[in-house]
Design a protein around this ligand. Structure first.
Ligand code: 5GP
Ligand code: ZN
Length: 109
């Protein structure tokens, strides 16, 4: 499968790591939309939110457990936003499930 985020998870494509464990990998977005902008992805290939099922949702729950740990470790104290674009019309460009975490400024809605 030709998936850029699977290649980032495996280390085939270099990235700036923010966090990693057995189930997920977090790295800074190459084109940041805020002063702090990283992505958290499951190591397992899941195409998008739309492909989350009872069989793979533990990886998603785990990501939501580690996001607060990562933001605390980075030193974010004044809020952050978690976004997942699901599908082309919603702006998804990489079809490996990922959660954007944005912080470090006032974020307009
Ligand atoms: P999406 O548009 O699918 O919601 O988000 C994909 C994100 O991945 C974009 O914000 C884009 O900047 C980021 N991205 C795409 N390719 C790479 C890459 O090779 N390295 C990193 N660090 N980020 C990437
Ligand atoms: Zn993938």
């Amino acid at each position: 499968m030709d998936c850029i985020f699977c290649k980032i998870v495996s280390g085939e494509i270099p990235s700036k790591k923010a966090y990693e464990d057995e189930f997920c990998y977090a790295f800074y977005d190459v084109n940041p939309k805020a002063p702090i902008h990283f992505l958290v992805v499951p190591r397992e290939h899941i195409a998008s939110c739309d492909a989350v099922t009872a069989q793979n949702s533990a990886a998603v729950a785990h990501i939501f457990e580690v996001i607060p740990q990562i933001v605390r470790q980075i030193g974010v104290t004044d809020g952050y936003r978690v976004i997942s674009n699901c599908g082309r019309a919603a702006g998804q460009t990489v079809f490996h499930l990922h959660f954007h975490v944005l912080a470090g400024t006032e974020l307009p809605w």
